[in-house]
Write a new protein. Structure first.
Length: 201
């Protein structure tokens, strides 16, 4: 079994992680979505103005911290002084100390997609110190959508219906072929008619 399979990743699913790098010799981290199409390479897309993107392209090495603690996501964005790091033994990147699992990665390929870049990397090392809980947005979005659907008769205008369609799009993008996509398709069809022609992009 390939390393990205052993930690529970599924092909094409986007997982929310914290990517850590050095920026000016100081540890830095940011939430980013990552996925694999083959269990060999790890992919992500980052907007062109990102400091994390600049660090990865300059240093080539970065750590993917598999964390389910939402407070660490918040701190990495707004209170980075409260994020504790340790040095990696395998790559030139810091690792979030509290991460129960990490993927130490090295950049292989960069594709310019206009206002963002798609990065492809190879895992150098995968460590898991505790059971891994991968974060995929689809489950939470489906639950929120089901709750929203019960409120539609009491909500004016089309904004709630538009929100459901947007939720369906995101679920198709982040968890393709999943039960979550099937539930959202049935929900949207029940409320609006067939939605199969919509693009997930």
């Amino acid at each position: 079994m390939k390393p990205l399979q052993t930690i529970g990743m599924k092909k094409g699913w986007i997982y929310e992680v914290i990517v850590s790098t050095y920026r000016g010799n100081k540890p830095h981290s940011a939430p980013i979505g990552v996925w694999t199409d083959d269990f060999v390479n790890l992919k992500m897309e980052i907007y062109s103005g990102s400091g994390t993107l600049r660090s990865i392209m300059e240093l080539k090495d970065f750590a993917v911290n598999l964390i389910a603690d939402v407070s660490v996501f918040y701190n990495s964005l707004f209170d980075e002084a409260n994020v504790e790091y340790r040095d990696s033994l395998n790559i030139n990147a810091p690792v979030v100390r509290s991460a129960p699992a990490i993927i130490e990665a090295r950049l292989k390929k960069v594709e310019n997609k206009g206002n963002r870049f798609r990065l492809e990397s190879e895992p150098v090392n995968v460590e898991a110190h505790e059971p891994i809980k991968l974060i995929n947005r689809a489950e939470a979005i489906v639950i929120e959508s089901l709750i929203l659907a019960t409120r539609l008769p009491n909500l004016p205008g089309s904004r709630a219906q538009e929100a459901l369609r947007e939720n369906y799009r995101v679920v198709r993008k982040t968890a393709p072929g999943s039960q979550y996509e099937g539930i959202m398709e049935k929900l949207v069809e029940a409320l609006h008619g067939p939605a199969s022609g919509e693009s997930p992009c």
